[in-house]
Design a protein around this ligand. Structure first.
Ligand code: SF4
Ligand code: SF4
Length: 64
């Protein structure tokens, strides 16, 4: 139960980082990554995955 970021599509805009309710998103090695152990798919916080909702690049925050 986690989302992932497609690194080749991520523009490193940073929009997703602060929207994540579990602070699962971090900047590392020139891109943003989601910690699969921390990501809850926003369960219990939001009805939709916030990273995917705010990401300006389609299909970049996706189900892992
Ligand atoms: S799905 Fe939700 S909990 Fe998981 S990384 Fe995205 S914003 Fe964070
Ligand atoms: S919002 Fe999308 S493009 Fe921006 S840092 Fe997050 S995954 Fe990358």
């Amino acid at each position: 139960m986690a989302f992932k970021i497609i690194a080749s599509q991520c523009t490193a805009c940073g929009a997703c980082e602060f929207e994540c309710p579990t602070a699962a998103i971090k900047f590392k090695n020139d891109t943003y990554i989601i910690d699969a152990k921390t990501c809850t798919e926003c369960d219990g916080h939001f009805d939709t995955q916030q990273c995917a909702a705010v990401c300006p690049v389609p299909k970049t925050c996706v189900k892992a």
